[in-house]
Design a binder for this molecule. Structure first.
Ligand code: HEM
Length: 399
């Protein structure tokens, strides 16, 4: 019998328990969505195969794409029109060769070298946020005060959003990602699109020394494509990093021995960050929506053209064929071959930046607030079990 999908998590530190059973059973298993069946990819090797196969499409325009199967309801004309507007320049949803046109223009902005240049700025923003926390009464809510604030500030810098507009930008982004009411989310998307449209118009008149300014100077993208690219960077780079920072802090506090070793040897943080990414796999299947563009065999299964596929990143990252003791958190593991950033042509464009943000944020937090501890017992932690990307709603801490 086909597995119902999506399958909710039940533990903050593990993927849904069914994932281990499915991975044991087969590399590809059938699952049922409200609108039809899909394939779920459970193992690491096949995850990489699917994410690199030229016979597999990520575009929602390809017939059979599983996004259309997630709900039995069709979008309203207004929702459709808004989705179409956002889709321009949203290159995460494009297949080669069109995808490459955007990706090539953006790659220079996210190289290891460019991110190295950004590090002093990320460090300064991190220190400012920690100064604010330390100026308070010895307690803070780490998601709002730190986890959400840092990636949002970094993106503002990248896109050249002025400090004065930061609050509008942050609050609407939060609403777009987290509001329970779909109409509130749609309203926030509209406001952000209008805001970004305005930003692009201003930058076209006087391009700044930032990512947007350089894209405008390059004259390769239309106005609407620039707005779409800005929107994608905002969505892809915000909620992900914002969830990983508090989850990372919580995980380190639960492993005081490993945290003590990192304090003695801060050079170990980059490796710890990759283990945090593997262990939590917060994006799981959400970004890995694919459809077979031709008949093919994957993991011993015959996959037909037009069949939808979801790669379960959280299952692949716990595959015992690749990772020893996969359910254990081991900050010294060296898990760089995880698929938390994906694999192949769509592999996370912002991964160097995300790693730098996580590393600087977590190292500095534990250096500057050595007595940091969680204020509530585990059972009182509020977790995003029903959100598209896993994380903590809040993380009350004291020191
Ligand atoms: C911990 C933080 C992050 C995680 C876990 C993450 C995860 C991912 C994953 C899994 C994909 C692949 C999607 C696919 O295969 O279709 C992806 C793509 C992408 N990410 Fe990230 N991401 C993070 C941070 C960032 C940041 C900081 C940025 C930029 C500011 C960013 C920008 C992008 C973009 C533009 C893509 C699309 C790439 C393409 O289609 O060529 N991400 N990310």
């Amino acid at each position: 019998m086909a597995q119902n999908f999506p399958i909710p998590r039940t533990c903050p530190f593990d993927p849904p328990p069914e994932y281990a059973r499915m991975r044991e059973e087969a590399a590809l298993v059938r699952a049922e969505l409200p609108g039809g069946d899909v394939w779920l990819v459970t193992r690491h090797a096949e995850a990489q195969q699917v994410l690199t196969s030229t016979g597999i499409s990520t575009s929602p325009a390809t017939p059979g794409h599983p996004n259309h199967l997630m709900t039995a309801d069709k979008p309203t004309p207004e929702q459709r029109a808004e989705m179409d507007k956002v889709a321009v320049g949203h290159f995460i949803d494009l297949d080669p060769p069109e995808h490459g046109r955007f990706r090539r223009l953006l790659i220079p902005e996210f190289t290891v070298r460019r991110v190295k240049e950004l590090r002093p700025e990320i460090q300064r923003l991190t220190d400012d946020l920690i100064d604010d926390m330390l100026a308070g009464d010895g307690r803070a809510e780490l998601v709002e005060a730190f986890g959400l604030a840092l990636p949002s500030l970094v993106i503002c810098r990248l896109l050249g959003v002025s400090y004065d507009d930061r609050e509008f930008f942050q609050s609407r982004t939060r609403m777009m990602i987290a509001a329970a009411d779909p109409n509130a989310r749609l309203a926030a998307v509209k406001e952000i699109m209008a805001f970004l449209d305005d930003q692009v118009t201003k930058a076209e008149q006087a391009p700044g020394d930032n990512l947007l300014g350089r894209l405008i100077d390059g004259r390769q993208l239309t106005h609407d494509e620039l707005v779409g690219v800005m929107f994608l960077l905002l969505v892809a780079g915000h909620e992900t990093t914002a969830n990983m920072i508090p989850l990372g802090a919580l995980t380190m506090m639960r492993h005081p021995g490993q945290l003590a070793r990192l304090r003695e040897n801060p050079g170990g943080w980059p490796i710890a960050v990759d283990e945090l990414l593997r262990y939590h796999s917060i994006v799981d299947w959400v970004a890995f929506d694919r459809v077979a563009a031709e008949d093919q065999e994957i993991g011993g299964q015959s996959v037909k053209k037009g069949e939808g596929i979801f790669v379960l990143g959280a299952a692949a990252n716990r595959d015992e064929r690749v990772f020893e003791r996969p359910d254990e958190f081991d900050a010294a593991r060296g898990a760089r071959n995880h698929v938390a950033f994906g694999y192949g042509v769509h592999q996370c464009l912002g991964q160097n930046l995300a790693r730098a943000e996580m590393e600087i944020a977590l190292r500095t937090l534990f250096e500057r607030i050595p007595g940091l501890r969680v204020e509530v017992p585990d059972e009182e932690l509020s977790l995003k079990y029903d959100g598209p990307i896993f994380g903590l709603d809040t993380l009350p801490v004291v020191w």
